[in-house]
Design a binder for this molecule. Structure first.
Ligand code: ADP
Ligand code: MG
Length: 287
């Protein structure tokens, strides 16, 4: 493409909420055959809310919020907000620790309180009834934070994060153009599939630790795919850098916006389709 065509392409995209940082990014976008999406904050709104509490609700919420008020994770925000709404008085938590992709841990009144997914609770006994409830809520696209005290699981907090309004139509448009769509998430398989089904994504790669996301993108590329990765979080920055095209959500963290070569300033996932169409329009003409 001529320099003028490139400038016109990137300027037109910017007006539609798609900031393409340079001509090379626009050219790379015209070659992609696979679009990989982060889940939380990218395909979903990223404002999770507590939908169910299993166990002694007041006690479970008190312990969970006392620990989670030390965390910046979106799930933590949902839990502390709910505790605040219910006017629950929190305890002092000591020795707070965040375990990336797993959950959080702290001491309260001499007890160890552990919150997170099944991986962090590997050594805890899990009552059959509770496991069944967890499975049902996962199938309902709810992420379940398991609450353990010492060696026992005492409750579950189900958290719901709705898909973005733009997700379904964006995915449908990408598929119509023959592109492969994939979800990449640290959440578990059931929740991931439930959300994938809602938005129409065909492939799911779940239970991925934050530091593994970039490796998954590298593997897809090594297998011959030309990959755009769409993400928003601090955890997503390495994957955004490693992808052929990194597409950051405008509402994402600064570090993600910096790592991406394309930024969706309107936070609308249809921006991925617009970027692709604009790149094709700019580059197909001159091949
Ligand atoms: P995603 O890839 O969906 O953005 P993350 O990699 O941030 O998710 O987290 C993966 C999983 O780790 C979460 O789904 C949750 O089960 C667990 N987790 C992480 N941080 C916390 C926390 N502060 N409280 C409870 N669970 C957490
Ligand atoms: Mg995210």
């Amino acid at each position: 493409a001529t320099p003028t065509a490139l400038m016109v392409g990137t300027a037109r995209s910017a007006a539609m909420g798609v900031l393409i940082k340079n001509g090379a990014a626009l050219q790379e976008t015209s070659k992609i055959d696979t679009v990989v999406f982060d889940k939380t904050g990218t395909l979903t709104i990223g404002k999770p809310i507590v939908s169910d509490i299993v166990g002694d609700a007041h006690e479970v919420l008190r312990l969970a919020a006392s620990v989670e008020r030390n965390s910046e994770h979106p799930l933590a925000g949902a839990i502390t907000e709910r505790a605040q709404q219910e006017g629950i008085e929190l305890n002092e938590a000591y020795d707070f620790e965040a375990l990336s992709g797993l959950g959080v841990r702290a001491h309260i009144d001499g007890h160890v309180v552990v919150l997170g997914n099944e991986k962090i609770h590997e050594n805890h006994t899990f009552d059959v009834q509770l496991r069944k409830r967890m499975s049902e809520m996962n199938n309902d696209a709810k992420t379940v934070v398991i609450v353990g005290v010492d060696n026992k699981i005492v409750g579950l907090i189900a958290i719901q994060d709705a898909p973005k309004e733009s997700a379904q139509s964006a995915i449908a448009s990408l598929k119509k153009r023959g592109l492969r769509t994939v979800m990449l998430t640290g959440d578990n398989e059931k929740v991931a599939h439930a959300i994938a089904q809602k938005v129409g994504i065909d492939e799911v790669i779940s239970d991925v630790l934050p530091q593994e996301k970039a490796d998954v993108i590298s593997t897809l590329r090594a297998d011959g795919a030309t990959v755009a990765f769409v993400g928003d979080g601090i955890n997503d920055a390495p994957a955004l850098s490693v992808a052929d095209v990194g597409i950051a959500m405008g509402t994402g963290t600064d570090i993600a916006i910096e790592a991406g070569s394309v930024v969706l300033t309107h936070n609308d996932l249809r921006g991925v389709v617009r970027a692709y169409d604009m790149s094709k329009k700019t580059f197909n003409r001159i091949i």
